[in-house]
Design a protein around this ligand. Structure first.
Ligand code: MF3
Ligand code: CO
Length: 248
C-alpha cells in the first residue's frame, strides 16, 4: 500500500531532503581530477552528521558506505574507494539521509573537468527527463504517466532507460511502495494523490539499456560498456502539483 503523508510529515521529509541536497551540492565543489571517491564519501558523511542527519545507505542491506559513486559505465550503487577521478569522467553521486525517522534521497551526475559531447548530452537529457517525469507527479495523473514522460523524452533523444532498476515511494522508509519505473505506457498504475512522496530517478544509458552487477555485489554497469547518467529527486505530490523536496 502507498502511505499518504500529512503536511507535517512532508515537512519532516523536507528537512531530511534539504540535508541530502546540500550534501550533494557541496560535494559538487570537490569533484575534480585526482580526488578519490573514498574522500568524497568521508566529506559527505561528516557533513550529514554535522547537520543532524544519518547516512541512510550505510548498512542498508549491508551497503558499506554513505554515498554511491558511479563513474562512466557504472550506472548506480558504485562503492567509494581508492579510485581517483580523472578528466573526462562523469560521476553520479547518490545520497540518502535520515532525520527524525524520515528519509531523503537525491542523486546528481557531475562532469570531471571537460567531458566529451556525448557525455554532456547524456547528462543533459537525463536531468531533463527527470523534470519531465516530475511535471507529471500531480493529482489525477496515474503513476505510469511519470514513467512514460521519462521514457519518451529519453528515447526521442536517442538514449535508453534502464529497466531493471526503478524509483520508489519514500518517507518513514527509504524504499516504500510504489515502484516508479522509468518506462511504460501512460495511464496505468495507481492514481496519484496529494500526500504521496516519490523518489524519481531515471538511469539513462548512452547505448543499450541492459545492465549487470559486478562481483562486488553492488556496482551496476552497462552491458555494452558505454556511459550512463543518473539524476534523482524526492518529490511530494500536493494539491498544487509536484513539490521537489530535495532543494534548499
Ligand atoms: N538511491 C538508491 C536507491 O534508491 C540507492 C540506495 S541503495 C543503497 O535505491 F544500498 F546504497 F542504499
Ligand atoms: Co532512490
Amino acid at each position: 500500500m502507498i502511505y499518504i503523508k500529512t503536511e507535517e510529515e512532508i515537512e519532516k521529509i523536507r528537512d531530511s531532503c534539504r540535508i541530502a541536497y546540500r550534501t550533494v551540492m557541496m560535494l559538487g565543489k570537490y569533484i575534480k581530477p585526482g580526488i578519490k571517491t573514498s574522500e568524497l564519501n568521508s566529506i559527505a558523511e561528516d557533513f550529514i552528521l554535522k547537520n543532524g542527519a544519518r547516512p541512510a545507505f550505510k548498512g542498508y542491506k549491508g551497503y558499506p558506505a554513505t554515498i554511491c559513486t558511479s563513474i562512466n559505465e557504472e550506472v548506480v550503487h558504485g562503492i567509494p574507494g581508492d579510485r581517483k577521478l580523472k578528466e573526462g569522467d562523469i560521476i553520479s553521486v547518490d545520497i540518502g539521509t535520515c532525520r527524525n525517522g524520515y528519509y531523503g534521497d537525491v542523486a546528481f551526475t557531475f562532469p570531471v573537468g571537460e567531458v566529451d559531447d556525448e557525455k554532456k548530452r547524456l547528462m543533459d537529457v537525463t536531468r531533463e527527463s527527470l523534470y519531465k517525469g516530475i511535471e507529471k507527479a500531480a493529482p489525477g495523473n496515474r503513476l505510469s504517466d511519470i514513467s512514460h514522460a521519462i521514457q519518451s523524452y529519453v528515447e526521442a533523444n536517442g538514449f535508453s532507460v534502464v529497466r531493471s532498476l526503478v524509483g520508489h515511494g519514500i518517507g518513514r522508509n527509504l524504499h516504500e511502495s510504489p515502484e516508479v519505473p522509468n518506462y511504460g505506457a501512460p495511464g496505468m498504475g495507481p492514481e496519484l494523490k496529494p500526500g504521496m512522496c516519490l523518489a524519481i530517478e531515471p538511469m539513462v544509458n548512452a547505448g543499450m539499456y541492459e545492465v549487470y552487477t559486478l562481483d562486488d555485489g553492488w556496482t551496476v554497469v552497462t552491458l555494452d560498456g558505454r556511459p550512463s547518467a543518473h539524476f534523482e529527486h524526492t518529490v511530494a505530490i500536493t494539491e498544487n502539483g509536484p513539490v521537489i523536496l530535495t532543494a534548499d
